[in-house]
Design a protein around this ligand. Structure first.
Ligand code: PMP
Length: 397
């Protein structure tokens, strides 16, 4: 349809959403699919948070709120950033958004001019590059390797920076790899940024609580980087609240104001009821979040071992989030009954149609030798998924 704006041709629909759609279609045909493609916790939102939302409805808290969020929520976020991350912000530096995705979009729209370069280490979360392309920015991918647990090195960062670099975007814990940057690793990257004072950083910390190695670290904690870092976070993953649509950003005042202005012309504030629930989530007990993470940790141990037992898979060692990102290139050019695997896309389709296991191809995340598996599903499903994968991958000759 050639009436559509040209910008549509610059972006694509996320493969993650496409795989979920395909899996649903097969399920609707009565096929028993083990869905390991999902990017959301399989837990219910904790009860005290649900109760706060019900109370907000009953009290008639159902009207427009200030675009950047209600005062008590912004205060709760300021408190959270101090408590968990040692970061000092004022409430006017916080913008509450419709999911972390909108926080990212606000920040990219606020900073990226046509032709600006944006460095994204790969594999990366699919949305970053598409938002940059919508702003006519130039995406500069920096490939990382399984040997370095998919983390960018200071030397790679240094080599990628040019006079046109405006922004660096990354997530830790990372979707799709589960990698977590340690304090020393962030400190080493911070030293590179010190030499390039015009480069901004978007630090996506949405998986902060889903971390199996200890305290979460934010790059905004290093030196004066807070003055040019936009911290992105939200409640979707840590509090099992994906459908509520609550994200936020913390930024230097000028950038926060710009994000508020952009948001005021797109969506206004996020849902008033969700905001009340979020105050309770951020100021209340974190015990249900910890319980969920303890369960993810058990599943991670299981699936990590189970995948390591499948000949041909090269398995990474994720320290956070709920994804495994094995290298599957050993299966390329192998076949079974007329199905030939040329790449990770083919392998995903083979696993979906033959083993009835839904995963996501690594090419979606700019790492074409890998696939992503989510372990945000029950232990029974993980066991069935691992067994089916072992059986069907074993047939490829
Ligand atoms: N960042 C990353 C790395 C994610 O994986 C996701 C969700 N898949 C988001 C941001 C968006 O989260 P939200 O649901 O809060 O928009």
């Amino acid at each position: 349809m050639n009436q559509l704006a040209e910008r549509l041709s610059r972006i694509s629909e996320p493969q993650t959403i496409k795989m979920a759609k395909l899996g649903r279609e097969l399920k609707a045909q009565g096929i028993d699919i083990v869905d390991l493609s999902i990017g959301e916790p399989d837990f219910n939102t904790p009860e005290h948070i649900r109760e706060a939302a019900k109370q907000a409805i009953d009290e008639g808290f159902t009207h427009y709120t200030p675009v950047a969020g209600i005062a008590d929520l912004r205060a709760a976020i300021v408190h959270k950033l101090k408590r968990d991350n040692g970061l000092e912000y004022t409430p006017d530096q916080i913008v509450v958004t419709t999911g972390a995705k909108q926080a990212l979009a606000n920040a990219v729209l606020a900073l990226v001019n046509p032709g600006d370069e944006v460095i994204i280490p790969t594999p990366y979360w699919v949305t970053y590059s598409e938002q940059v392309k919508l702003c006519q920015g130039e995406v500069v991918f920096v490939p990382t390797s399984i040997e370095n647990n998919y983390k960018i090195t200071p030397a790679q960062l240094q080599a990628a920076i040019t006079p046109k670099t405006k922004l660096f975007m990354f997530s830790s814990p990372c979707n799709p790899t589960g990698s977590v940057y340690a304090k020393e690793e962030l400190a080493a990257l911070a030293k590179v940024f010190d030499k390039h004072p015009n480069v901004f950083i978007i630090s996506d910390e949405i998986y902060e609580y889903i971390n199996y190695v200890g305290a979460h670290e934010s790059i905004a904690q290093f030196g004066d980087l807070k003055n040019r870092t936009i911290v992105i976070n939200g409640l979707s993953k840590g509090f099992a609240m994906t459908g509520w649509r609550l994200g936020y950003l913390a930024a230097p005042l000028e950038i926060a104001k710009a994000c508020d202005k952009i948001q005021s012309q797109f969506t206004s504030a996020t849902c008033s009821i969700t905001q009340k629930a979020a105050v309770t989530a951020l100021t209340g007990s974190l015990s249900s979040a910890y319980e969920m993470v303890a369960e993810f940790k058990k599943r991670r141990e299981y699936i990590h071992e189970a995948l390591k037992e499948i000949p041909g898979l090269k398995v990474n060692d994720p320290e956070g989030a709920f994804y495994m990102f094995p290298d599957v290139s050993a299966f390329f050019n192998k076949s079974f009954e007329g199905d030939t695997i040329k790449n990770a896309d083919d392998l995903c389709m083979y696993l979906l149609h033959r083993a009835h296991v839904s995963t996501v191809t690594g090419s979606a995340f700019e790492q074409p030798n890998c696939i992503r598996l989510s372990y945000a599903t029950s232990m029974d499903k993980l066991q069935a998924g691992a067994a089916r994968m072992k059986e069907w991958l074993g047939k490829l000759q």
